[in-house]
Design a protein around this ligand. Structure first.
Ligand SMILES: Cc1cc2nc3c(=O)[nH]c(=O)nc-3n(C[C@H](O)[C@H](O)[C@H](O)COP(=O)(O)OP(=O)(O)OC[C@H]3O[C@@H](n4cnc5c(N)ncnc54)[C@H](O)[C@@H]3O)c2cc1C
Length: 457
């Protein structure tokens, strides 16, 4: 049996290791230069000292990468890096591109572990040079040991505080954090807090990060809203209001973050069912508790199903692999998969707390008309509202009206905002509005590459 695992983050690596442990051959494909996904990005290439600075959750990845290395050395696992997967078919044919050349191979089963994407935060000035996402800043830190100077972070979410602390450890503390959550969010979130060990550990991690930032004297301004950025070269003035008072702060770099949501491009392109998550304000692929989809032998694992973080992603990867093995006779079909599933569920409760506390805010989820929503095609919120006024009812019709979602990112970045704007104007639920119809190639490839597609037998 040959299995393709797409994504070499904690979910993809764990799934691959569970499969090769049962002598199933795995081809693991990832667009990054080395395995690790988002959390363990570039871990194989950084020094022990640098890894320590980025925190224990980062260093932990070393043991997983070691196991992966051994499996690769034993030739039971093929890991293909720099491989950007642009098509996955119901017949389990996978096509990917490496340095301008494309390959295609048919597999018996596929596990999609493509992780998460940062949520768009369309505010005035978000497309200006020098305004990037918190995740992008972390990629610079992990791959180039570069931490943007005199930065102000705007937004909220676990990654927001983690990167602020990593910048601190890099000796370049942020100038200030402008936080969008307020005390009402905190009160609402407390309803979801349960005194179980996993939740308490998560809370403790968060409180330690906040204490580090306080001890380092990093300014935190909470309950900010209506943020807009005026830029001149690499000088930015960030205007914002807090309880009705207008204020401003200067920065050399502005880092935005409004949380993460599953990367659903491949699951959408496969035509799989998706459900709208009220908690995380996004579409999530519909699977059973082990990641089985409505297509036989196509599974989803990790943050690509639901955002639960790296530890849960590892367990989810293992669950998908065990279900695959059970469904294909490599495990007693009645094999008891309940234990890994119970472990995985421990992360759901604390996630509810985090999702409510750091829920996206209306003032940027349904921005004013002048704000660019589709960065690829420079379509503004006003253009989208105009299209709805003249009869456009959904994201796919909107493509014809405005080319919104037809650019290089194929709507993966603007999709959720477009859904919010249309749902609000038409007075329907995001589920009724639906998502962009995604077609392969889901990543840009040249016609020459497609014409010269090399089939691997
Ligand atoms: C920018 C960013 C930074 C993050 N940093 C952290 C962090 O420091 N700590 C933390 O706890 N959590 C972090 N997270 C959250 C992170 O999602 C999870 O913690 C964890 O990494 C999820 O594991 P996963 O295996 O499900 O997905 P991921 O780790 O996201 O791995 C998915 C992999 O799939 C690859 N991929 C996706 N689409 C394709 C394609 N079409 N072709 C080929 N490869 C593809 C991606 O490049 C990635 O390597 C981050 C999230 C983001 C978006």
């Amino acid at each position: 049996m040959r299995v393709a695992v797409i994504g070499a983050g904690p979910a993809g690596i764990s799934a691959s290791l569970a499969l090769v442990a049962r002598s199933v051959h795995v081809t693991m494909l990832d667009e990054q230069p080395s395995a690790g996904g988002q959390i363990y990005r570039n871990l194989a290439n950084v020094s022990a000292e640098q890894a320590q600075r980025l925190g224990s959750d980062y260093v932990i990845g070393k043991s997983l990468l070691k196991q992966l290395e051994q499996a690769i050395d034993n030739k039971i696992l093929t890991s293909v890096s720099r491989a950007s997967v642009w098509s996955v078919t119901e017949e389990k044919e996978v096509s990917w591109s490496i340095d301008g050349r494309s390959y295609c191979q048919k597999f018996d089963a596929i596990i999609l572990a493509t992780g998460s994407i940062e949520r768009a935060m369309p505010i005035d000035g978000w497309t200006n040079p020098g305004v990037i996402t918190v995740g992008a800043a972390q990629i610079l830190i992990k791959t180039a040991r570069y931490s943007p100077p005199s930065s102000v972070l705007v937004g909220s979410g676990p990654l927001f505080y983690l990167v602020a602390c990593q910048m601190l450890e890099m000796g370049n503390p942020p100038k200030a954090l402008l936080e969008t959550q307020n005390n009402t969010d905190l009160l609402k979130a407390f309803i979801h807090l349960r005194p179980n060990l996993t939740s308490l550990l998560y809370l403790a991690k968060g409180l330690v990060m906040l204490a580090k930032l306080r001890f380092a004297g990093v300014k935190r301004i909470k309950a900010v809203r209506d943020v807009r950025i005026k830029s001149k070269g690499n000088a930015h003035i960030i205007e914002f209001s807090k309880v009705g008072t207008k204020r401003q702060i200067e920065a050399e770099t502005v880092l935005l973050h409004a949380g993460v949501h599953p990367n659903i491009q491949i699951t959408q392109a496969l035509g799989l069912k998706h459900d709208w998550s009220q908690e995380n304000h996004c579409f999530e692929p519909r699977t059973d508790k082990f990641g089985r989809t409505s297509l036989k032998n196509i599974f989803v694992a990790g943050d690509g199903i639901k955002i639960l973080g790296a530890d849960a992603a590892k367990i989810s990867g293992k669950c998908a692999a065990l279900a695959l093995l059970a469904d294909n006779g490599f495990l007693n079909a009645k094999a008891d998969l309940s234990r890994p599933y119970r472990l995985h569920q421990k992360y759901v409760q604390i996630r509810k707390f985090l999702d409510v506390l750091y829920a996206p805010k209306d003032w940027y989820s349904c921005p004013t008309n002048n704000i660019v929503i589709c960065r690829c095609e420079e379509v503004t919120a006003g253009k989208i509202r105009e299209a709805v006024k003249i009869g456009c009812l959904g994201p796919n019709q909107l493509k014809a009206y405005s080319r919104c979602g037809m650019g290089n990112c194929q709507g993966r970045y603007c999709g959720n905002i477009v859904i919010n704007l249309i749902s609000e104007m038409v007075g329907q639920t995001p589920e009724e509005t639906g998502y962009f119809r995604i077609r392969s190639p889901i990543k840009p490839v040249s016609l020459a590459e497609v014409a010269n597609l090399e089939t691997i037998i």
